[in-house]
Design a protein around this ligand. Structure first.
Ligand code: PEP
Ligand code: MN
Length: 375
């Protein structure tokens, strides 16, 4: 249940409302979001009088006790897609952005060369995995913080924001000081401990859809992050499990306009993991761009044959194929009245300066628990 306060609501009003909702197994949290003020109540049941709250003079609006999501729903921002920072640019401003790079950070030379080339061609961020979720313990698990250090250094030298996945809530704080955006992979979309730990990350989050999760579940997962105090979440469609085995997963293109209807959060599409083979990446990326994706996440490697983990090479675009993808994207976007966001400027390396800690949240979100009572 969420209560929206009128802007003039006072501390006394807050105290009175706390009394009204007080009850067993219930916690209450005060949140400020996009200049609006809220009390979010967990564990509200029918014994909370909706009418008494709704008629309180300090209350602007109140949801039903059954509401499962609020801050991420389209109704929270009916007219505007939320914009989330990616270095000096914003995802969600209507222009398409491209995040690209190797599945796994393997070494500094390849990474530097990949970053340099993708930036030259017009990519807006470098993505590489340092903590790798794997389906087998015998696959290369990534370089961990060593990989994040390499990414940060290459991002700084080349002047490109970086994105990388985090697997463990204990790593979120430290990882935030290296990356511009934290990726949460498909296997962790339902990991609530990890989602909750992102509330204090002060970094935008790229939240991938669980490969067997419904869109509603994806929006609910995002709601955990926003509820914990981080409103900077982009949702990523990356293919779902279906009966079809001709592709690695099935890219759910309908997810793009459907999520647009369900949520104001920006939408990213990853054609690479859905396809599993490079010849399918370009057509799927073009389809996502036409469907209205705010950004694409594409695996690119300067020399896929030399990739360490077998299998990953099959879906990575080579540099010339990535160049061709960007050329085709420009044509296709123009046909639907959209455009690729401008390339990163020479000066944009400032955005990747690290370490950065304790920065103010750009949307000025604060959250604090005002009542915590269980019995
Ligand atoms: C990845 O982005 O490299 C990755 C492992 O993605 P996913 O979580 O979508 O499988
Ligand atoms: Mn990958």
């Amino acid at each position: 249940m969420i209560i929206e306060l009128k802007s003039q609501a006072t501390t006394e009003d807050l105290g009175r409302l706390q009394e009204l909702v007080r009850g067993p197994f219930r916690t209450t949290k005060y949140l400020e979001m996009s200049g609006r003020r809220f009390i979010a109540i967990s564990g509200a049941r029918r014994d909370v009088s909706h009418d008494a709250i709704a008629s309180d003079p300090a209350v602007a609006a109140v949801t039903s006790p059954d509401a499962t999501t609020f801050f991420c729903r389209r109704e929270f921002s009916p007219e505007r897609t939320s914009q989330i920072p990616l270095g000096t640019q914003n995802i969600g401003d209507g222009k398409l952005r491209v995040i690209a790079g190797p599945c796994t950070v393997e070494g500094s030379d390849e990474l530097y060369e990949t970053a340099r080339q993708i930036k030259r061609l017009g990519a807006h961020a470098l993505r590489g995995g340092a903590f790798k979720p794997r389906t087998s313990p015998y696959n290369f698990q990534g370089l961990g913080f060593g990989g994040l250090e390499l990414l940060a250094e290459v991002g700084r030298q080349v002047g490109i924001p970086i994105v990388s996945e985090v697997l463990d809530p204990r790593d979120v704080g430290k990882a935030s000081s290296y990356v511009d955006m934290i990726q949460i992979g498909t296997r962790n979309m339902t990991n609530q401990a990890l989602l909750k730990s992102l509330g204090a990350a002060h970094r935008p989050i790229l939240l991938k859809r669980g490969s067997s999760s419904r869109l509603e579940e994806l929006v609910r997962a995002a709601e955990f992050i926003v509820y914990e105090g981080n409103p900077l979440v982009a949702l990523c469609e990356r293919g779902i499990q279906t009966f079809e085995t001709a592709t690695r997963f099935t890219l759910d293109i309908a997810a793009v306009p459907t999520l647009r209807r369900m949520t104001h959060l920006p939408i990213v599409v990853d054609p690479s993991h859905a396809a599993g083979s490079r010849d399918l990446v370009t057509p799927l990326a073009l389809a996502a761009a036409i469907a209205g994706a705010d950004a694409l996440l594409v695996e690119v490697h300067i020399d896929p044959e030399r990739m360490i983990k077998p299998g990953d090479d099959a879906q990575a675009l080579r540099i010339d194929e990535f160049a061709e993808l960007l050329a085709q994207l420009r044509t296709v976007l123009a046909a639907v009245g959209r455009e690729l966001a401008p390339p990163l400027g020479i000066g944009s390396h400032q955005s990747a300066v690290r370490p950065r800690r304790h920065e103010p949240n750009p949307l000025n979100v604060t959250s604090r628990r005002v009542v915590s009572r269980t019995r």
